[in-house]
Design a protein around this ligand. Structure first.
Ligand SMILES: NC(=O)c1ccc[n+]([C@@H]2O[C@H](COP(=O)([O-])OP(=O)(O)OC[C@H]3O[C@@H](n4cnc5c(N)ncnc54)[C@H](O)[C@@H]3O)[C@@H](O)[C@H]2O)c1
Length: 272
């Protein structure tokens, strides 16, 4: 039996209007998971600032959110530029929600990865999130409904050959999430991380062969891999009042892929 189809650009479970009157910033909101998060947040009543280093992608997402009846603005922002991030946040009078989606993968064996690429991955996946977190802390402290969600990865908890700096950077991001949750809890700011498994973004579909995607699907407990909307749905839950007591947590959204390490009696007897 196939999984229930996610609703593109709209949370499949959250009533519209939950985030009405609030302002949310989504980094990397121009494409992939960030785009789905931006559209879903806007559909749920949030005024969304789609912040992306690619101005055209940011504008496209913001325009689409508007066409669907939501409120969204595009901002061109490189999250690795700390001064630019500070200026961007200072220009926003109010920020209630932040979703850090901007991230990158440069695949290579660790021993062969050149130091520039190693540093670039950490610069975006870890320092970029820290830049945003530092700048936005005063705004989030001032909001009675503040929450941040970072987008980690299953690669932050388990490795595969050729993953390079990506897994180590996502492990650091998961630890940074725990750290921020510990330090900001008494300011009323919840901070959580969603760890997607391989997700059907344009990037994944264009870089992995259909055979590789099919193998992942066959391996997972649900026989599929997530759509970007599945990740957005988890993010919206963590931002919502329904998660009011949830902070410092990592939520795997992977169709059960992370639970497939062990096998059982069926495969033991098949081998004998
Ligand atoms: N797609 C997957 O299978 C998968 C799995 C696990 C985790 N993730 C994580 O999810 C997040 C989003 O992944 P995606 O597949 O949607 O990626 P994507 O490449 O499709 O989108 C990333 C977006 O970030 C923007 N961006 C890149 N550098 C930036 C910068 N310096 N400042 C601001 N924006 C910048 C890009 O322009 C792009 O719009 C990433 O953190 C990624 O590591 C993805």
């Amino acid at each position: 039996m196939s999984r229930e189809e996610p609703m593109d650009g709209r949370s499949g479970w959250l009533d519209t209007g939950v985030f009405a009157g609030q302002v949310g910033v989504v980094t990397g909101g121009g494409r992939g998971i960030g785009r789905s998060v931006s559209l879903s947040l806007a559909a749920a009543g949030c005024e969304v600032v789609v912040a992306d280093v690619d101005a055209d992608l940011a504008a496209d997402t913001a325009a689409e959110a508007g066409e669907r009846g939501g409120k969204a603005r595009a901002a061109t922002l490189d999250v690795t530029d700390a001064a630019a991030v500070s200026a961007f946040v200072e220009a926003e009078a109010r920020v209630d929600k932040v979703v850090n989606c901007a991230g990158m993968l440069r695949a290579a064996a660790v021993a062969e990865l050149n130091p520039v690429d190693w540093a670039a991955v950490f610069e975006l996946n870890v320092q970029g999130v820290l830049n945003v977190a530092r700048a936005v802390h005063p705004r989030l402290s001032a909001s009675p409904v503040s929450a941040m969600v970072n987008i980690g990865s299953l690669s932050g908890t388990s490795a595969y050959p050729g993953g390079g700096a990506y897994g180590p950077s996502k492990a650091a991001l998961i630890a940074l999430t725990h750290q921020l949750a510990a330090e900001w809890g008494r300011d009323g700011i919840r901070v959580n991380v969603v760890n997607p498994g391989p997700t059907k973004t344009p990037l994944l579909v264009s870089t992995q062969s259909p055979g590789a995607v099919a193998r992942r699907e066959a391996q997972s407990l649900l026989g599929s891999i997530p759509e970007p909307q599945n990740i957005a749905d988890a993010v919206l839950y963590l931002l919502s009042p329904g998660a009011a007591a949830v902070t410092g947590q990592a939520l795997n959204v992977d169709c059960g892929l992370s639970q497939t390490v062990m096998d059982g009696p069926a495969s033991w007897s098949a081998r004998s």
